[in-house]
Design a protein around this ligand. Structure first.
Ligand code: ARG
Length: 459
């Protein structure tokens, strides 16, 4: 098949190189964006009188017919077209003839591809926003009904202090909120039109960049034509924001994997999201969170690939940039499938074992800080109280008992300020309740958090 490019070439490409060079196998994903971009461009050429009204109309109608064909499954971009841009142009020419050859007036594939990927990313970001909200809501729903459910809190993976389960889950809601804010910022930069930058220098053809930008819903246009076609920073920002979403998903996955072990038994998997072992009949495996955790690496890898792709690339467009597509496509697909899977897991795949949770927090030394704070309330300096409680812990460990098992006389041997009311302060519910500082796990604060998110989510 004859190539679209100029008569400068005598020989055809080596078939292997032809394939090596081509991007149609993956950039066909951009077909709708490419069509929209071309429709806006053709309309603009009509408006500025570069094309006659009837020529512009013919082109727009041709492109719309291609869109319908594609959506109805009657057209599928494929080799030997090199990429989606040539593919559509070739199809248009075959459909409407000579007039189709006027579509590429005043533009280059460089500004065209830049426009397509920005349109595609903008749409993806909007879809991701909805998926993140779904996940936040599912976490919120469980939080709302578990304000008074306690869960051991950890630092260094060692029991630290008990927490309200709601507070723990809302920590993730906060993380995902920041992820949404990041995407919003990325979106505003993605939503800038490079169209009309042409190859790199602009064009002498009378174009109207603001018109095409408005047609395509872009907020603004790139101010410098070279810059417009020379960077993929917005792709990197997108993958970077996605990498952070994956880090949060991976974190919660790891917790769920731990929670459903026999050792923790804080929760169990329902049959909806667990798989069995081919050999061991007793097994119920947490494949969903493991896959999410495992897929995190792909997105981190894409980030690295893109950062390396742009490194040291001189102005302006270079073919290196063709390598931007697969990382962003796979990133979007990976994070949306992980968000969906995690939402399903939270909604119907996980059941907290409330009894085990409350037994756990009653069976450790995670109220040690509270024992020290008890003395602090009686004017004992914190460092002294801390040392006293350290001795008590040692004593209890030797006797294999907990604080609550100590007689009051034993307490008094460690410090005379101990009194009968100490036992109240040691109860896990009171321990959690007492953390009333702003943003803390005290129930008053957690209720405030719940009210805040309730207003946002209107659930
Ligand atoms: N397939 C190319 C890409 O994705 C389109 C732009 C090609 N531009 C060029 N000057 N060769 O980057």
């Amino acid at each position: 098949m004859a190539k679209v490019w100029s008569k400068r070439f005598d020989n055809t490409l080596n078939p292997f190189i032809e394939k090596f060079n081509a991007s149609i196998s993956f950039d066909r994903k951009l077909i709708l964006e490419d069509l929209d971009c071309s429709i806006a461009h053709a309309k603009m050429l009509g408006k500025t009188k570069v094309l006659s009204n009837s020529e512009a109309l013919r082109i727009v109608k041709g492109l719309e017919a291609i869109k319908v064909d594609y959506l109805e499954g009657n057209f599928s971009p494929s080799p030997p077209s090199e990429d989606i841009h040539y593919c559509i142009e070739e199809k248009l020419i075959s459909l409407i003839g000579e007039t189709g050859k006027k579509l590429h007036t005043g533009r280059s594939r460089n500004d065209q591809v830049g426009t397509d990927i920005r349109l595609w990313l903008r749409k993806e970001i909007d879809n991701l926003e909805i998926l993140i909200i779904d996940l936040q809501k599912s976490l919120f729903k469980i939080a709302k009904s578990n304000i008074y459910t306690l869960i051991p809190g950890y630092t260094h993976m060692q029991r630290a202090q008990p927490l309200s389960l709601a507070h723990h889950l809302l920590a993730y809601v906060e993380m995902f909120q920041r992820d949404r804010e990041r995407f919003k910022e990325v979106r505003s930069r993605v939503n800038t039109s490079p169209l009309g930058a042409a190859a790199l220098a602009g064009t002498k053809i009378k174009i109207d960049r603001n018109y095409t930008a408005a047609e395509l819903g872009f907020e603004k246009i790139y101010k410098n034509s070279i810059d417009a076609v020379s960077d993929r920073d917005f792709c990197i920002e997108f993958v970077s924001a996605s990498a952070l979403v994956m880090s949060h998903l991976s974190k919660i996955s790891e917790e769920i994997i731990l929670w459903v072990t026999d050792e923790f038994s804080f929760a169990k998997l329902t049959d909806k999201c667990a798989t069995g072992s081919s050999l061991m009949p007793q097994k119920k495996n947490p494949d969903v969170p493991e896959l999410v955790r495992g897929k995190t690496g792909r997105v981190y890898g894409h980030l690295q690939a893109l950062l390396t792709m742009v490194k040291g690339v001189p102005l302006a467009y270079n073919k290196d940039f063709q390598e931007d597509k697969e990382p962003i496509f796979d990133t979007a697909e990976t994070i949306s499938s992980c968000l969906k899977a995690m939402t399903i897991l939270i909604n119907e795949g996980l059941e907290f074992n409330i009894k085990n949770l409350s037994d756990s927090v009653d069976d450790d030394f995670s109220n040690a800080t509270d024992l020290a704070d008890y003395l602090v309330a009686k004017q004992v300096p914190f460092r002294t109280a801390y040392q006293v409680v350290g001795e008590i812990v040692k004593y209890c460990l030797e006797k294999k008992i907990l604080f609550k098992n100590l007689k009051i006389d034993e307490f008094k041997k460690f410090h005379p300020e101990f009194d009968d009311d100490v036992y109240l302060d040691l109860q896990p519910l009171n321990v959690v309740k007492s953390r009333t500082s702003e943003g803390g796990t005290g129930f008053i604060q957690v209720e405030k958090e719940i009210n805040y998110w309730q207003k946002k989510f209107k659930l």
